[in-house]
Design a protein around this ligand. Structure first.
Ligand code: ZN
Length: 508
């Protein structure tokens, strides 16, 4: 194939990809509006509008012409450096294309329809504490999940294809091994802390006016580097980040006037996600390479900015006085140390989303292991509630009084597939410390800078080493490039032992 023909075919591919990106971005704007400003009566037509855009985008993604263009361009792309924009584009689009075309549209439509019904059942079964009401539907979801996985024959574990959708390149066995290692370290730490007096977090549970909370959170986000010319914050029920282009990345938050930590840390969390998307190279904008590379790496950035920075002593050495000045009545008699202990309180609990840094991963690993067992067929849906309780007792020493705070707790299994959606949370925590340690190695002055309320060196390092690449590399490739080795739990365990060893006995 001649130069000219390569040029033309590449342009043709890029034009098609940009059109798909325009459609999905437009759908994202509709979805953002739906959860922020849309009046309730707009729901039915909004659902239809988003479905239409989604269908047209999907038709374009599975167009055989994309396959033909890839076939024609691959020999040329193989002559380019692996990390070049063009070679990466062809490689990633090939992977996405194969993933899209292998699942028959009929199966996808059936699953989506089933999931909508399953979600409805769950919204009723949960308040009624009635697992039997969702049991058959969940069994069907499990069956669909296996069917989706079986569209990708040749896997080592049936969960692998499902995991690959969110965390490309990760496999059930390697994640399971990593989590087993992590669990072995975490369970004794959590148990040692559970025997000690819990931190007093009553200082966070006073009345904090909404406007001041929002202003303080957004001030901190901007200090992190969140640019309001390229983003904005709005209120919603479930905080999220959404990206319409490299220059329009938005965050949402929710405020509880009787809990200071809710809006503040969810803002710092979503800001971390946003900094990642905003940091992608402009050269990749509008292409499938723009965006975070995996659920795990994305979560590593939200966790890094929320926890490793936002819940650290250096951060509050600088910002606590400012927080006190914002809420003088509430905090004037609360020492910085009391506040620090409150925002880092560890206590085994039943609810994943409310869990602290130490116990959070135990919640995730329980779900991950149960998912694998369900997919393997070594656990039946009928036995799931009891298996849940047994693991909570073994790992966290707590037992939910009912299934409401047990197996009915999370929406995930009742609104999509079983498998592939939980591992990213804990992979993210593990990676957050891995990347942070690497940044500190390159720039030992980072904590002192944070203590001055400045984050430029850390942000710059993350942009240079992680953000700008977008989806060019898989998580494992990125980790190898950044650390020179594979994913390991060591930095994360070091981080937890150092931080919580100072707050609790028998942890370090
Ligand atoms: Zn997140």
């Amino acid at each position: 194939m001649g130069e000219l023909s390569v040029e033309k075919k590449l342009q043709e591919l890029k034009t098609r990809l940009l059109e798909i990106d325009d459609l999905t971005s437009a759908a994202s704007v509709l979805s953002w509006d739906q959860t922020t400003y849309m009046p309730p009566a707009g729901a039915p037509s909004r659902g239809r509008q988003m479905a239409t855009l989604g269908r047209i985008a999907h038709e374009k993604r599975i167009d055989p012409e994309i396959g033909r263009l890839l076939d024609a361009l691959e020999p040329w792309a193989e002559t380019l450096p692996y990390d070049s924009d063009e070679a990466s584009l062809i490689r990633v689009v090939r992977h996405d294309y194969e993933q899209f075309i292998k699942v028959p549209p009929r199966l996808l439509a059936e699953l989506n329809e089933h999931a909508a019904g399953a979600y409805q059942l769950w919204t009723q079964a949960r308040p009624a504490n009635d697992f039997t009401a969702v049991q058959d539907s969940l069994a069907k979801t499990l069956d669909y999940s296996r069917q989706i996985a079986n569209c990708f024959p040749g896997y080592d574990h049936i969960a692998d294809p499902l995991i690959d959708f969110a965390d490309r390149g990760m496999k059930a066995e390697s994640v399971r091994a990593l989590f087993a290692e992590l669990r072995q370290q975490l369970v004794p730490i959590a148990k040692a802390i559970a025997t000690q007096e819990p931190a007093d977090d009553s200082c966070l549970k006073q009345n904090f006016p909404e406007e001041k909370q929002l202003a303080f959170g957004l001030m901190a986000a901007q200090k992190y580097g969140y640019d309001l010319n390229r983003g904005r914050q709005d209120k919603t029920h479930h905080p999220f980040m959404t990206s319409f282009s490299v220059d329009d990345v938005r965050i949402t938050t929710r405020v509880k006037e009787n809990d200071l930590s809710e809006a503040l840390f969810s803002t710092l969390h979503e800001t971390g996600h946003a900094l990642y998307e905003l940091g992608v190279s402009h050269d990749l904008d509008g292409s499938p390479l723009a965006g975070g590379t995996s659920a795990g790496v994305h979560e590593s950035q939200s966790r890094l900015w929320e926890n490793l920075v936002g819940r650290s002593r250096p951060f509050w050495n600088h910002y606590y006085a400012q927080l006190q000045a914002t809420f003088p009545e509430q905090l004037k008699n609360v020492s910085q140390d009391t506040f620090y202990r409150a925002i880092n309180k560890v206590q085994p609990s039943l609810i994943r989303t409310d869990a602290d840094e130490v116990t959070y991963n135990l919640h995730v690993m329980i779900r991950f292991d149960l998912e694998l067992a369900l997919l393997e067929g070594t656990l039946t849906v009928q036995d799931l509630p009891e298996a849940w309780h047994a693991r909570y007792e073994a790992d966290l020493g707590v037992r939910a009084p009912s299934d409401v705070d047990g197996v009915l707790q999370d929406v995930h299994w009742y609104a999509g597939t079983v498998g592939g959606s939980f591992q990213g949370y804990t992979l993210g925590n593990v990676m957050s410390a891995l990347f942070f340690e690497q940044a500190l190695r390159a720039h030992p002055g980072i904590p002192a800078e944070i203590e001055q309320g400045e984050f430029g060196t850390l942000h710059g390092w993350l942009r240079e080493n992680i953000y700008r690449h977008g989806r060019k590399f898989t998580a494992n490739e990125l980790i190898e490039r950044v650390t020179g080795g594979p994913l390991t739990i060591e930095p994360y365990i070091r981080y937890l032992r150092t931080k919580y060893g100072e707050l609790y006995q028998a942890v370090a």
